[in-house]
Design a protein around this ligand. Structure first.
Ligand SMILES: O=C(O)c1ccccc1NCC(=O)[C@H](O)[C@H](O)COP(=O)(O)O
Length: 205
């Protein structure tokens, strides 16, 4: 099985170039100030200077004014939101962009059973409420929870994926798309072009 790939937390020209060259299907920019991958809108614009795959902008507890100000500076194609479904629908209507809602999963009961009027889901480990960030923690969950899920919308498997485990994760979950950040870094926020190539090769072979 092969899968489409999103490389998240792009914060350098070298990471962007490696993602484009290796055939990433999406690139993600983290607009969450407490993240080690945080970029400003100006930095994202300076990184994505040439054409590449669709750009995903990640926002936590999104504020419409913040998203609007980012969109004034840099083009985004998809919003990845850490928010409830009502807020996600409101942002979709307000900005006319596709919205993927991030869903923390600990058991099959956490998997969405309707499309919620949205365009897709990021399915990743459920973090404790006091976690410093709701994603990007290199935390894997039991991927077999998603196997056989009648997904109501497109979805990406995320959390704790690496070049070494991604093929097993695709097989175990049945996903058609994967999302990685920590697993292609040498330290939090330090993307490795070599690991980006390794990951995409492993997911698409
Ligand atoms: O990357 C972050 O710092 C981050 C902060 C706040 C919310 C989400 C965040 N990242 C999410 C992602 O990068 C991906 O969608 C995915 O969860 C990657 O997780 P991992 O490969 O385990 O770092």
């Amino acid at each position: 099985m092969t899968a489409r790939v999103k490389i998240c937390g792009i914060n350098s020209r070298s990471a962007y170039r490696a993602s484009v060259d290796a055939g990433a299907d999406w690139v993600g920019f983290v607009f969450f100030p407490h993240s080690p991958r945080y970029v400003t809108a100006e930095q994202a614009r300076a990184i994505a200077t040439e054409d590449g795959p669709p750009r995903v902008g990640l926002f936590v507890d999104p504020d419409a004014a913040v998203i609007a100000s980012v969109l004034d500076t840099v083009r985004l194609d998809i919003l990845q939101l850490y928010a409830g479904e009502k807020t996600c629908r409101a942002m979709r209507a307000r900005f006319g962009l596709k919205v993927w809602r991030a869903v923390g999963v600990a058991s099959a009961a956490d998997l969405p059973d309707s499309d919620e009027g949205l365009d897709g889901f990021i399915i990743e480990s459920k973090m404790p409420p006091n976690a410093s960030r709701p994603g990007g923690n290199a935390a894997a969950f039991d991927w077999t929870i998603a196997k056989g899920w009648a997904a109501p919308a497109p979805w990406l498997l995320a959390g704790g994926l690496t070049p070494t485990n991604v093929a097993g994760a695709i097989a175990a979950s049945g996903t058609a798309a994967v999302d990685v950040s920590s697993g292609v870094e040498t330290a939090p926020g330090e993307k490795s072009p070599a690991l980006i190539h390794d990951f995409i090769r492993a997911a698409k072979t």
